[in-house]
Design a protein around this ligand. Structure first.
Ligand code: MN
Length: 319
């Protein structure tokens, strides 16, 4: 079993623009000795948007809720819409809507300018809005790759049924996993990634215990998006982010690299729980490179970072 190292979640929420009310649960700029980029590599930043109710916005056309044009460079942003819808538009001419259950995987690479707002349909009707956004680092050899999108519809994701292990004979289905990215026992996720990453959208809807397997060479994190459950016997609830124990180190230079295998994580949905449990499992092989980050730019060195700002200031950005 992969041990729980620490449970994070006691962060004050803040607004991103006027559309996204989030808790930043992972932040590569923080130097907490127990939880910094070394523990989350290749994940740089994670904004958890707790379910927030928005009134209908009759001024949508003049003042949509969200955040206007801003740059990104040197990494990828991954946006999951749990409730509500997001419209985006960018400097390459790309635009579209992220609908409920969909994922947008945007590679900023050498640079992009974009805007992120509630969709017009959601803005007009209002309701519960809940999303998460993750920043995934790019290795130095791919930092300047061309910007691109993967618009991943829920229907594009392989769905795995989770069986109650505590009564395996009955084969009772207690949940599902949607494989956004990565590998589930040989089943490949919908997104393509630059480094080995698993991103699994897990839902439990009935009482029981089930196990998921994660590579022992990956940094591994689990967000409780909604509900409450036991993870490896420990009670957790919505807004918690579990940091699992450090991965074993793989020395790729060595002639006999350490053998990669998997660790299990045990999920128990109690009979007393109310409603559905939603989880987001994140695991990734550490890139292991230095990070120089400021605001929306994440490079490898301070000189690259200064160059990114110069390029942005003279308008020579994302071209
Ligand atoms: Mn953005």
């Amino acid at each position: 079993m992969r041990a729980i190292q620490y449970i994070h979640g006691d962060k004050a929420p803040h607004w991103v623009g006027d559309g996204f009310y989030v808790k930043t649960l992972i932040n590569h700029l923080e130097d907490n000795p127990d939880f910094n980029y070394n523990h989350t590599d290749p994940f740089l930043l994670f904004d958890y948007g707790e379910p927030t109710r928005f009134s209908p916005n009759p001024d949508y056309k003049l003042q949509p809720h969200g955040i206007g044009q801003h740059p990104h460079k040197g990494f990828e942003t991954v946006t999951l819409a749990y409730d509500g819808e997001i419209s985006h538009a960018d400097s390459t001419g790309g635009r579209g809507d992220i609908l409920e259950g969909d994922v947008q995987w945007m590679t900023a690479g050498r640079g992009i300018l974009h805007e992120e707002f509630h969709s017009e349909a959601f803005g007009q009707r209002g309701g519960i809005f809940s999303m998460v956004q993750l920043w995934v680092n790019l290795p130095s050899k791919h930092k300047l790759t061309g910007p691109k999108y993967q618009s991943i519809k829920r229907a594009d994701m392989p769905i795995i049924e989770l069986i109650n292990d505590s009564d395996a004979q009955k084969q009772t289905i207690i949940g599902q996993v949607a494989i956004i990215a990565g590998d589930w026992h040989g089943i490949t996720g919908a997104a393509t990634t630059f480094t080995p990453i698993n991103m699994w959208d897990v839902a439990l809807h009935a009482a029981g215990t089930t196990s998921i397997q994660v590579p022992n060479t990956h940094n591994t994190l689990l967000l409780i998006q909604e509900g409450q459950l036991l993870v490896n016997g420990t009670a957790v609830s919505a807004g918690d982010l579990i940091q699992f124990s450090a991965p074993i180190h793989v020395n790729t230079e060595s002639e006999t690299p350490s053998h990669s295998t998997t660790d299990s994580i045990e999920l128990t949905y109690s009979r007393d729980a109310q409603g559905i449990v939603k989880l987001l499992l994140l695991s990734g092989e550490p890139i292991g490179e230095p990070v120089a980050g400021y605001g929306p730019f994440v490079m490898n060195t301070q000189e690259e970072l200064r160059q990114a700002f110069r390029d942005y200031q003279i308008g020579n950005f994302g071209k």
